[in-house]
Write a protein that binds this ligand. Structure first.
Ligand code: DAT
Ligand code: MG
Length: 136
């Protein structure tokens, strides 16, 4: 059964020229990109996207970082796409992320870990609606 996930190439990934690398890994895995947009988030959209982290001590930094420049938002589709992309991304903390994963290969700091991927079908539906209202 096919499912959809929201993937972001965060502003650090765009700044560092990693758009092609991330897209290439998604395509090599056999996942399909069904929507894509380069944009800079406003604070309101960023807060909505990260609402589950609103009470965390790093929330302010997170919103500042994710709005700090253009990001690439994508809807990615395929069998178990949510889990498949999280496996490609690697652990949240890039030092713990396995080499061969996006974060394992490209990042060192938890706050600048290159990509986002939805973590459940409920999050995916909620996040896709924030980034691509009316499209799905
Ligand atoms: P993930 O992006 O792997 O789903 P998450 O949902 O737990 O991880 O957190 C969202 C983002 O918030 C994460 O990609 C980076 C940032 N973050 C998480 N934990 C953090 C921490 N302890 N300090 C600073 N930033 C953190
Ligand atoms: Mg998350």
């Amino acid at each position: 059964m096919s499912e959809r996930t929201l993937v972001l190439i965060k502003p650090d990934g765009v700044r560092r020229g990693l758009i092609g690398d991330v897209i290439s890994r998604i395509e090599r895995k056999g996942l399909k990109i069904v929507a894509m947009d380069l944009r800079t988030l406003d604070a309101e959209t960023a807060k909505a996207h990260y609402a589950e982290h609103a009470e965390k001590p790093f929330f302010g930094e997170l919103v500042e970082f994710i709005t700090s420049g253009p990001l690439v938002a994508m809807v990615v589709e395929g069998p178990r796409a949510i889990q498949a992309f999280r496996a490609l991304a690697g652990a949240t903390d890039p030092v713990k992320a396995a080499p061969g994963t996006i974060r394992g290969d490209h990042a060192l700091e938890i706050g600048e870990n290159v990509v986002h991927g939805s973590d459940s079908p409920e999050s995916a539906a909620r996040e896709i609606k924030i980034f691509f209202p009316d499209r799905f």
